[in-house]
Design a protein around this ligand. Structure first.
Ligand SMILES: Cc1cc2nc3c(=O)[nH]c(=O)nc-3n(C[C@H](O)[C@H](O)[C@H](O)COP(=O)(O)O)c2cc1C
Length: 234
């Protein structure tokens, strides 16, 4: 594995629009996924799924869903990163099971994963409980600090935040091994969802085109906003 410093990795990562036709080795992909799975996630619920688009049929549909963007068409490998907020119950049970296998459950663990998480994630029939929970949170926040909990929008945002962190980790891990990527949110979400056979409560966060950059892979030099626009102190 080539060695590079963290900052070299961050600085050399670019969104690559044209790739070399060189396959991504399975071990490189596996290590990058292993790294991505270490990304932080809301309540450690890991509401994500990496779908590797291997079959030529799936690949063809995915390219079209990605609006035939050049990175999608030229990359040797396409991956869809999916948010799975529908897995919260399975995943919190798994967390409790693993905790229990390590020793007696602590009260904080059973309260958090046994009571609080179901309260946050249950949205009731047709999601009707969501707006109610959001309204109650807003009301309580007038008197004491309260998170906005449990509307479908809140839960979607939570899942997309966590998935995006996994995507960033994935792309940096690939870069650390000399591979490149292009994150893409320019896609047709309905066609992408149908292609991947996603249930309600699952959405494509982004597609990731992966490979090695070609000479024409970087379309323009970096443009950064002035630092004072994006950093401030209070
Ligand atoms: C959430 C997200 C969605 C993006 N969608 C696309 C896309 O659909 N197509 C594309 O070519 N680049 C896409 N990009 C890449 C951005 O254009 C790119 O990150 C930005 O121009 C900065 O360039 P750099 O990544 O090379 O530093 C996306 C990036 C992010 C983070």
């Amino acid at each position: 594995m080539p060695e590079s410093s963290f900052l070299e990795t961050v600085e050399s990562r670019r969104s690559i629009r044209e790739f070399l036709p060189e396959a991504v080795p399975q071990d490189v992909l596996d290590r990058a996924i292993d790294a991505a799975l270490l990304a932080p996630s809301s309540s450690n619920l890991q509401p994500w799924e990496f779908v590797i688009l291997r079959s030529p049929e799936a690949r063809q549909v995915a390219e079209a869903a990605c609006l035939d963007q050049l990175p999608a068409k030229s990359a040797p490998l396409l991956v869809a990163l999916v948010t799975r907020r529908d897995t919260w119950n399975r995943n919190r049970e798994e967390i409790l099971r693993v905790f229990a296998s390590r020793g007696p459950l602590r009260k904080s663990q059973t309260t958090y994963y046994g009571k609080l998480i179901p309260m946050i994630y249950t949205t009731g029939p047709f999601g009707l409980l969501g707006p109610l929970k959001r309204g109650v949170s807003r009301l309580i926040s007038l008197f004491k600090p309260t998170p906005s909990l449990g509307s479908r929008v809140d839960l979607r945002i939570m899942a997309h935040k966590s998935a995006a962190l996994a995507a960033a980790t994935f792309m940096l891990a690939l870069r650390a091994e000399g591979y490149d990527s292009c994150p893409m949110e320019g896609f047709d979400p309905w066609r992408a969802k149908a292609l991947l056979g996603l249930p309600r409560g699952a959405e494509v966060n982004m597609f990731l085109a992966i490979g090695k950059r070609s000479e024409k892979g970087i379309w323009w030099d970096r443009v950064l906003m002035p630092r004072e626009w994006v950093v401030r102190e209070l």
